[in-house]
Ligand binder design. Structure first.
Ligand code: UD1
Length: 421
């Protein structure tokens, strides 16, 4: 298992280009299951989660050709509608094959994703939506089975705007008969992009990215092949992580290759905390001489403050002049970075879903352990300003969702090395 060794205390400078979004790439790759011909991508991010999903598609019968930055997925000859435990357990997003497989083959079987490091993460809302469309769902021996004679468009009101459930239902509804309306849909930019991607191939999705999504079902013969290859948008969570890297080191850097509007809620808080954030056409320039703290942040579905930036923001707030509070409202148990940050010298107290963060921490390098993707990012950020050497162990968690974070941080002037085991 590789580790990162970071020598803290270096200022950063220069510009970093963000890779394509993990959370947009995964559902879009699942959507290729609907399409019976070549789907061309350019510059999919180099992430373990993306490789895992491509392996899953291949296991179902897809052909994947990867040539440099070009990837072609062809799902014409899918011969299996079952996503096995071995692949699903590696990555929860594998459950997103359920909707497209069911829509195209009228049957699908997917291993239950099970518990995961940041909470129980059930899939009841995914199943609720698919049942409304006409699927019969059963759960047996750890697998979800869904069958349907046909899927019929209807109105689906989600009790909570789940990102994954919205995506699964959207993909299933593309080939349903008639019109499906999803109310209280998740509004994340990745949902908007999934809608744009599907429409490029001839689907009829309206309102993706808003709380009401309308999908006019089409026949699979109506899919059409666009001329150009598709490039997934820049990863807003990776962008936020680099912005925070600039601010935690009190440096001036540019972060490019993403839409600044997708991080408005994060930037509002950072500005309140004293950061200067200048919007560029394809990113931001950031700097700060001091970080004030004194904020109360609640994670919430988009456009609220993203749970995926909570851990990184907490590392920054430890270094602020005054105390702050973060409440995690999306996932229970998403504070596994807290004991590790405290081992590095911060003072964060947990009370239920809230973390009370004392400002003015002086991080000291220590061996720390990655527990999940974003928790790991928080530890790397703390390592950038810690005295001495920080060893971040189990970086495979980071490799799931950050495209060469060590290489990119080094290009900005950080002293971070990957030590292979
Ligand atoms: C997606 C993102 C993840 C992000 C999260 C919230 C991907 C691949 N992952 O995860 O990085 O942190 O959105 O922005 O895009 N829930 C249920 N029942 C369900 C589905 C969800 O109770 O059927 C609960 C979950 O347990 C969780 C909350 O709803 O507490 C949010 O989950 P959801 O929005 O579905 O997140 P994911 O799609 O899993």
């Amino acid at each position: 298992m590789d580790k990162f060794v970071i020598k803290g205390g270096h200022k950063l400078s220069g510009s970093v280009e963000i890779s394509s979004s993990k959370n947009a790439s995964l559902p879009i790759l699942c959507a290729t299951l609907l399409i019976p011909f070549d789907v061309k991508f350019s510059q999919l991010p180099h992430l373990n989660d993306v490789s895992t999903l491509i392996d899953l598609l291949k296991d179902l019968g897809a052909i994947a050709q990867i040539d440099g930055d070009q990837t072609i997925i062809n799902c014409k000859n899918i011969h299996k509608q079952e996503a096995q435990y071995d692949l699903v357990r590696k990555m929860r997003a594998s459950v997103l094959v359920l909707g497209p497989l069911l829509a195209r083959f009228k049957q699908a079987k997917v291993s239950l994703p099970g518990g995961c490091a940041i909470g129980t993460r059930p899939v009841d809302l995914h199943l609720f939506g698919l049942e409304k469309l006409g699927a019969k769902i059963s759960i047996e021996a750890g697998y979800i089975s869904a069958v349907a004679d046909k899927l019929i468009g209807c109105q689906i009101v989600l009790p909570f705007p789940s990102v994954g459930a919205t995506e699964n239902i959207m993909m299933a509804a593309v080939l349903a008969e008639g019109v499906t309306t999803i109310e209280n849909a998740a509004r994340e930019p990745e949902i908007e992009e999934l809608g744009l991607f599907l429409n490029r191939f001839g689907a009829k999705v309206e309102g993706a990215g808003t709380a009401t999504i309308k999908i006019h079902g089409i026949k699979s013969t109506e899919f059409k092949m666009p001329k150009d290859s598709y490039r997934v948008q820049g990863d807003r969570i990776e962008a936020a992580t680099f912005v925070i890297a600039g601010l935690i080191t009190r440096s001036k850097i540019s972060v490019t290759g993403f839409k600044p509007s997708t991080l408005s809620s994060v930037f509002d808080y950072l500005r309140q905390m004293g950061a200067e954030i200048q919007e560029l056409s394809n990113g931001v320039a950031v700097s700060a001489s001091e970080i004030k703290g004194g904020v109360t942040i609640d994670t919430a579905p988009y456009p609220g403050f993203p749970t995926d930036v909570q851990a990184q923001m907490m590392a920054l707030l430890c270094s602020a002049n005054s105390d702050s509070v973060i409440t995690e409202n999306i996932f229970e148990n998403r504070f596994m970075h807290v004991p590790e940050l405290n081992r590095m010298g911060s003072d964060i107290q947990l009370k239920g879903p809230s973390a009370f963060i004392k400002g003015g921490a002086k991080f000291q390098g220590a061996p720390v352990m990655c527990t999940d993707l974003r928790a790991s990012a928080a530890l790397v950020l703390a390592g950038l300003i810690a005295s001495g050497e920080t060893e971040v162990l189990r970086v495979y968690h980071m490799d799931r969702g950050y495209d060469q974070i060590d290489v990119k941080l080094r290009s900005l002037g950080a002293d971070i090395q990957r030590v292979k085991s």
